[in-house]
Design a protein around this ligand. Structure first.
Ligand code: ADP
Ligand code: MG
Length: 447
């Protein structure tokens, strides 16, 4: 993204955030960030140190999505640069005014949960009812229902949300239990760190002393052989002590490229799938997320958005963020036109219907005013013969099948199809009206 365009977006973001945070926090954390030129479509930000980056992402990631480009995974596309020689420690001014950032070392084993990911903010529908009640069962009676609970499903469907919801619930209702929530990458990084610091025993002791271990995105353990073994040992040690484990994954256990031993262990307990929410649930999610942001969306508009964004809740959230920013910045009312202009690039297009020979015959028959059945027959009258050749030509162009298969659909051989195609190709070089007629047929078939 070029600097001027990026600067404009960043200024808008600052304007939005300034009204929502303290003056000190704004001046200490946000003002020092500079926009730089970026070669990619992302926005490039120069931050004085890693803490500023962490502060920005921890506090404003969702808001940022309304202003900067967003990737397919719903994450803001930001490239961070930290100038060489920048002080590694937190600047003293920051210490004076703003809450100090957590020390990376001491926070290593503190439980980090997203404060929005709770059971009461998780909207239920047929696609996730089962998995939600399984998660609540675990949260109410850890180690006394299913162990492990294995939750799998596509991206952005609420797996991490449910995992953290279990963590919050246990923290609140079973205060004595020792809980940890980690991403699989976090576990691997911990292990690498402790190998480097020669503190593997300490790490093992920590993980094996837990009452509840929440593991996010186990698929990242695939192809990490050494780590897989250590994870499996930790897993078995906890299960053998009847400690609760919950795992999320983008695929079911049997489809993971992991050892049979660990796959079998993961299938021991309950395997629950989280699916794509249906239209009504998507509408309910949208309205809930809008309310959280203080925005009221008319029911018909929520329907319109939910009809067009259907496979991923994270994208629905991105849509709401963008809409909120537009309405606030421009003080506009939410109308279908506003939604169309701000969100159209997020809308998912329904894949085109597969073209069939029947469809081609019908369209060509109508345009050339011959019966569709004649196109498959043997009549040699001029009108029928040319229309038949056009149908064969379009079938070869538009259907991804062998000439033999296409020939079979017409009750002809592949060489007849080839001959028809050559004839039509030659004709349209000279006959403009035929070329237009064929182009029209193609558009109608594709529609
Ligand atoms: P996953 O881990 O499956 O990729 P997340 O748990 O990160 O997905 O969910 C993506 C976003 O969608 C989160 O902000 C989450 O709060 C939201 N979300 C997903 N499902 C629901 C739901 N049923 N109700 C409310 N929010 C949801
Ligand atoms: Mg996740």
């Amino acid at each position: 993204m070029v600097e001027t365009e990026a600067n404009k977006k960043w200024e808008q973001f600052l304007g939005y955030v300034q009204k929502r945070c303290s003056k000190a926090a704004f001046e200490n954390w946000l003002v020092p960030i500079q926009v730089r030129d970026s070669v990619k479509e992302s926005i490039c930000l120069e931050v004085p140190n890693i803490f500023v980056k962490a502060y920005l992402l921890d506090n404003y990631k969702e808001d940022l999505c309304s202003f900067v480009p967003v990737g397919n995974d719903g994450e803001p596309l930001i490239e961070f640069i930290i100038p060489k020689g920048a002080p590694k420690r937190t600047p003293t001014v920051i210490k004076k005014h703003a809450p100090p950032p957590p020390s990376l070392e001491s926070s290593k084993y503190t439980l980090k949960l997203n404060s929005f990911y709770k059971f009461d903010t998780f909207i239920e529908g047929p696609s996730n009812q089962f998995v939600k009640s399984a998660a609540m069962g675990i949260a109410n009676r850890p180690s006394r229902s299913y162990n492990p609970l294995f939750v799998h499903g596509g991206v952005g469907l609420g797996k991490t949300h449910l995992l953290h919801a279990i963590g919050h619930h246990i923290k609140e209702h079973h205060k004595k239990l020792k809980v940890q929530c980690i991403t699989t990458e976090g576990f691997i990084n911990d292990l690498v760190d402790s190998l480097r610091n020669k503190s593997v025993d300490q790490m093992k002791r920590f993980y094996r002393s837990l009452d509840l271990l929440l593991v996010d995105d186990i698929q990242f353990l695939q192809n990490r052989l050494n780590f897989e073994e250590e994870f499996c040992n930790t897993f078995e040690s906890l299960i053998n002590q009847n400690k609760q484990i919950v795992i999320t994954s983008d695929k079911p256990p049997g489809s993971l490229k992991l050892s049979e031993r660990i796959v079998a262990r993961m299938e021991w307990g309950l395997v629950a799938h989280v699916g794509i929410p249906d239209l009504e649930t998507r509408v309910a999610i949208l309205q809930h997320k809008a309310e959280q942001r203080g925005l009221h969306i008319p029911h018909s508009i929520a329907f319109y958005i939910a009809e067009n964004i259907f496979s991923n809740v994270r994208q629905l959230e991105g849509a709401i963020n963008r809409l909120t920013a537009h309405c606030r910045l421009l003080s506009q009312e939410i109308t279908e036109d506003l939604v169309e202009s701000t969100l159209s690039e997020l809308f998912q297009r329904i894949p085109k219907q597969k073209v069939s020979v029947e469809n081609i015959l019908k369209t060509v028959g109508t345009l050339f005013q011959v019966k569709a059945s004649d196109l498959k027959g043997t009549s040699r009258t001029k009108e029928i013969a040319i229309a038949r050749q056009v149908a064969m030509y379009l079938a070869k162009e538009m259907i991804n099948e062998s000439l033999m298969m296409i020939g079979a659909s017409f009750g002809k051989t592949h060489s007849t199809i080839l001959h028809a195609c050559k004839t039509v190709e030659n004709k349209i070089k000279k006959d403009e009206s035929l070329r237009r007629k064929i182009a029209l047929a193609r558009r109608q078939i594709e529609a």
